[in-house]
Unconditional design. Structure first.
Length: 488
């Protein structure tokens, strides 16, 4: 049976008579901590799961647990009979109040099968009780479609996944039937690894060669001078960007090499032009010049650099976008912009690429307008919906063919079991696994193929990945090779 993806968080209400298979189905498809079971709660407040005298207390406790979990926006699978309409509607209302999807799973198991299963139980449901439940199910079956659930599903293979992967299966099918080409870039955002700094050079070289073998089209590095708080701690090892790219140029043969993105305040712009041109020549024409506003104020203060206002940095960025192509072109004429004044624009040797691609990083309208006027590509954040919005805005600003690239943190597993282990390994102790999975786009090979197909359909020509787990193990590059192969 084809697997169905539901968005996390969601509420799943199981509805059916006793012995219809609800608990078995839930246990096979959901982690135990997601399932709120009336039987288990009866054992908690009574003498055991079959202590019917404890039912009222068990159901009261179930309602409270469900309320608390939904209030915390946690995926909740309600494993009870689900035959009480008032209770179902109450759970649905709780989900609606939190903006969480709520589905019912209807167990329309034939009465004869329920009775057969019940006879095989060591502790049977009394026959008259089961008959009553089966009658209640007949009524509930008619009521469910009118109660307002997002969907009423039959028991099937179900997974709860981050929103980005809900439509993955359909997108994978589209990719198989009508393949589209997509470029893949690997972003390096951390340099801590098990070998320590003495082997950092070999580690970086191995990443470069394995990424190239996996089919990546480019390798990018962050342009910072110490680790940013979104990734790690300030005192962790962090390599200078353009030096690292030069090293990677010698270690690789095919991939493009660039920054995501060079902070416009970090270097004299004419000097930056010389650095980029040198990399392009030494790499055989593989340099990409990424440019951005340089947002990290603490880094500026630590190195004694000025941190101009946003407006001044935008002026500097616009000047750089105009100056760099002049530097890389012929001649030695003076150039003056809004804030830059360069008496001589000599840069020899000139880059091998003509033009050398300039990529602007940022999703805001002001940044996109600059990209529309001067750049070859713009890198944006967000899911397929955000990419589609940014693509439409960019199109409204220019007739030029500006490539859209998209950057995301990515955790890829070969299968569900491996992915679950990876999520448990990397998530912070106090963070909900589902919420963490969404933050790092945790998905299987097929999940990722579907996500990237949707990004391509939204307008992305290249996806750039910061793979979460390269510090101690480079096997994710091999796993990503299977994803990349689907777009070749």
């Amino acid at each position: 049976m084809e697997e169905r993806n539901l968005p996390a968080p969601c509420v799943v209400v199981l509805v059916g008579a006793g012995a219809a298979g609800k608990s078995t189905w839930a246990a096979e498809r959901f982690a135990a901590e997601l399932v709120v079971s009336s039987d288990r709660l009866r054992a908690l407040v009574g003498a055991g799961e079959d202590d019917l005298a404890a039912s009222a207390d068990a159901f009261a406790l179930l309602d409270e647990v469900v309320r608390q979990r939904i209030g915390r926006r946690l995926t909740t699978v309600i494993d009870t009979l689900g035959l009480d309409k008032a209770r179902r509607v109450k759970w649905l209302e709780l989900a609606r109040a939190q903006g969480i999807p709520c589905v019912a799973v209807a167990f329309d198991t034939p009465a004869a099968e329920c009775r057969r299963r019940n006879r095989e139980r060591s502790k049977r449901i009394p026959a008259d009780v089961l008959t009553s439940q089966l009658k209640s199910w007949t009524a509930a079956k008619k009521e469910l479609p009118e109660e307002g659930f997002d969907e009423v599903l039959m028991p099937r293979a179900i997974r709860v996944v981050p929103e980005a992967f809900v439509g993955a299966a359909e997108a994978v099918r589209r990719q198989e039937e009508a393949p589209t080409r997509l470029r893949f870039g690997l972003q390096l955002s951390s340099y801590t690894h098990k070998g320590g700094r003495k082997t950092t050079g070999e580690w970086i070289k191995e990443i470069g060669t394995k990424a190239e073998a996996a089919g990546f089209d480019a390798i990018y590095v962050m342009d910072h001078f110490r680790q940013i708080p979104q990734v790690g701690r300030a005192w962790e090892d962090f390599l200078e960007s353009w030096t690292t790219l030069a090293y990677l140029a010698a270690a690789t043969e095919r991939v493009q090499l660039g920054t995501l993105v060079t902070g416009i305040t970090y270097r004299n712009v004419a000097h930056l032009g010389k650095i980029v041109a040198t990399l392009d020549v030494l790499s055989g024409g593989r340099a990409v010049c990424g440019l951005g506003l340089a947002w990290f104020e603490a880094e500026h203060k630590a190195y004694g650099w000025d941190f101009p206002s946003v407006g001044e940095r935008y002026k500097l960025l616009e000047d750089a976008l105009q100056l760099l192509p002049v530097l890389w072109g012929p001649g030695n004429k003076p150039w003056q912009g809004k804030v830059l004044d360069v008496p001589e624009t000599a840069c020899y040797p000139r880059p091998l690429q003509d033009p050398l691609p300039i990529l602007v990083g940022g999703s805001g309208n002001r940044t996109l307008r600059l990209a529309a006027r001067y750049a070859d590509a713009v890198n944006v954040f967000g899911d397929a919906t955000k990419v589609r919005e940014r693509a439409a805005y960019l199109k409204s600003q220019t007739d030029r063919d500006i490539r859209i690239t998209q950057l995301s943190t990515t955790l890829v597993g070969k299968n569900h079991q491996q992915l679950t282990k990876q999520i448990e390994q990397y998530r912070p102790r106090n963070q909900d696994p589902a919420r963490y999975a969404a933050t790092v786009n945790a998905g299987t090979i097929d999940d990722q193929i579907g996500r990237f197909r949707e990004l391509a359909e939204a307008g992305a020509s290249e996806v750039m990945l910061s793979l979460l787990d390269l510090d101690d193990d480079l096997s994710p590059l091999d796993t990503m090779a299977e994803v990349i192969a689907a777009f070749r």
